[in-house]
Ligand binder design. Structure first.
Ligand code: PGA
Length: 255
């Protein structure tokens, strides 16, 4: 595991975008795993600045709410369209998000898992981490071997996501999420974390017990993980605990 510590959230985007750009340059039809939420947004913004030809790049999103009507502005399908596909000039036909409004969401989840495999798997998977340690919508207790499936959102997750809706009661209760087993099959995991409120859970995930009580502790089981954290989120990472964080100064990041 490599850990880069940078001054702020914008700088996490610069470092993550550099990694993504290198993947796309070496493989123009790379399969990116894209994430929603606030953490990865600086990466999409910085990657747009690279002005790469992204027209052949394929992408799979981590998750989607179940039950929002097609085109709902807070559906992850719409968020990915706005923040990723359009911003980066990608081909919408090559960007997949789970079909949260399918008549049979369980079948849609299985089909999605199969589609990732059929595409040859994910080259690099962007991730954020939830305050309860979730990865995608794999809430505490999710099996490390879990596959893409319909799940119920934790109340803490619904409260955190209420900021995108008029009220918490509007946040859907169910979702389709890639499983931890699905995510762990990506060849490279790229976790972006910013903010003091993530410091405790980041330290637990990277240095604590590997346990399904903390889904993100599954990262410790993967051979190729890059963590890009800002100083605030990295504050509780323990030097000498196995993974030594590399501090990247502001001048080197250029923001
Ligand atoms: P955030 O969400 O990036 O908006 O903090 C992360 C998550 O819940 O996985």
């Amino acid at each position: 595991m490599e850990i880069f510590v940078v001054p702020d959230a914008a700088a996490t985007g610069v470092v993550a975008a550099g990694i993504l750009a290198a993947v796309v340059r070496s493989k123009p039809d790379a399969v990116l795993g894209v994430a929603t939420g606030g953490s990865p947004l600086p990466a999409y913004q910085a990657l747009a600045g690279h002005r790469l030809d992204m027209s052949g790049v394929r992408a799979f999103a981590l998750d989607e709410y179940v039950g929002l009507p097609a085109g709902h502005p807070q559906s992850y399908g719409e968020v990915v369209r706005r923040e990723v596909t359009e911003r980066l000039g990608m081909d919408p036909a090559l960007v997949r998000v789970p079909a949260g409004n399918a008549a049979d969401p369980g079948q849609a989840a299985e089909d999605y898992d199969a589609a990732i495999r059929a595409a040859g798997g994910v080259d690099v998977q962007l991730l954020g981490i939830g305050h309860n340690g979730h990865l995608a919508f794999n809430e505490p207790g999710s099996a490390f071997s879990s596959r893409t499936r319909v799940e119920v959102l934790a109340e803490r997750t619904r409260a955190a996501n209420a900021r995108y809706f008029t009220s918490e009661s509007d946040v859907p209760r169910r979702c389709i999420t890639q499983g931890l087993g699905t995510i762990l099959e990506a060849r490279h995991l790229l976790l972006m974390v910013a903010g003091t409120d993530k410091a405790g859970i980041l330290a637990r995930a990277l240095h604590g017990e590997v346990s399904e009580d903390c889904p993100a502790s599954a990262l410790q089981l993967h051979q190729h993980v890059t963590v890009v954290a800002d100083e605030a989120a990295a504050a509780l990472l323990a030097p000498g605990s196995g993974q030594v964080p590399v501090r990247v100064p502001r001048e080197a990041v250029g923001v």
